[in-house]
Design a protein around this ligand. Structure first.
Ligand code: ZN
Length: 60
């Protein structure tokens, strides 16, 4: 189970377990989807992704 998915088109990372319809994850093209190793928000931030305000609001 993947926790986070980055959208390379917007450089935004989504938390899949908490995603909202506002995230529009299903509109992200397959080639723009990026997964992180390790699968953490810290790793996404290290790769210069911003956090999605809809699904990452419980984390800071
Ligand atoms: Zn999101």
């Amino acid at each position: 189970m993947v926790g986070y998915m980055g959208d390379k088109a917007t450089m935004i990372v989504h938390h899949l377990a908490a995603m909202s319809s506002d995230c529009r994850i299903y509109h992200v093209k397959k080639e723009n989807r990026l997964y992180f190793v390790p699968d953490t928000l810290d790793q996404a931030r290290k790769e210069n992704f911003g956090t999605c305000k809809y699904c990452n609001k419980t984390t800071s």
